[in-house]
Ligand binder design. Structure first.
Ligand code: AMP
Length: 189
């Protein structure tokens, strides 16, 4: 299996580049944000809990998201590989992912990190907010999400560098230019 983490701040293009990866390599895609938004839409108990965190730009608790991820992973046994989009977002989620994959005789093959300046991220997310209908694409929540990214998620950069999995990608430019950079990394795996 080719298991890839698409990593980056909110608005860095993880969802967009995931679509290109699915098309090119036939990979499965797990976006924890999408899973949670679906739960909210269906008004499930989990959705009700998740909505409270998402609206404030906070992360939902690790134990909750790790359980969700584990359940989804069980359905991907015969997959060519999985793109992890929006997970892990904390060091403890990264540890849990490693353990879950080990237990399934799998591993992460690469972390593809889309690097984009905060000013560009804010501009992109505000533009997305005009059409996305997402409760968290407004200036106040965007700023909170970026703070959460820098304090809780960015420590994963060092973690994955130490694991020799980290690949930095210049995340500005056209969608196709960025995807070409990603393909170069995947070809060299
Ligand atoms: P995303 O669509 O990846 O930007 O995620 C939207 C929101 O869902 C985040 O701001 C968090 O509130 C929540 N969320 C998504 N993935 C995770 C995760 N791995 N851990 C905690 N919260 C998450």
């Amino acid at each position: 299996m080719l298991n890839v983490i698409i990593f980056g701040a909110p608005g860095s293009g993880k969802g967009t580049q995931s679509e290109k990866l699915i098309e090119e390599y036939g990979l499965d895609h797990i976006s924890t944000g999408e899973v949670l938004r679906e739960e909210i839409k269906n008004n499930t108990e989990l959705g009700k809990i998740a909505a409270q965190y998402i609206e404030k730009g906070q992360l939902i608790p690790d134990n909750l998201i790790i359980d969700i991820l584990s359940t989804i992973l069980d359905t991907k046994e015969n997959s060519k590989g999985v793109i992890f989009d929006g997970f892990p977002r904390t060091i403890s989620q990264a540890h849990a992912l490693k353990k879950m994959l080990n237990e399934r005789n799998e591993q992460i093959n690469a972390v593809i990190a889309l690097e984009v300046e905060d000013t560009e991220l804010i501009e992109r997310l505000l533009n997305r907010g005009k059409v996305s209908g997402r409760s968290d694409d407004n200036l106040e929540t965007i700023q909170k999400r970026l703070q959460v990214y820098h304090s809780q998620t960015a420590p994963l950069i060092e973690y994955y560098k130490e694991e020799n999995l980290y690949n930095a990608i210049e995340g500005s430019g056209s969608i196709d230019e960025i995807f070409a950079r990603i393909k170069t990394v995947i070809k060299n795996l």
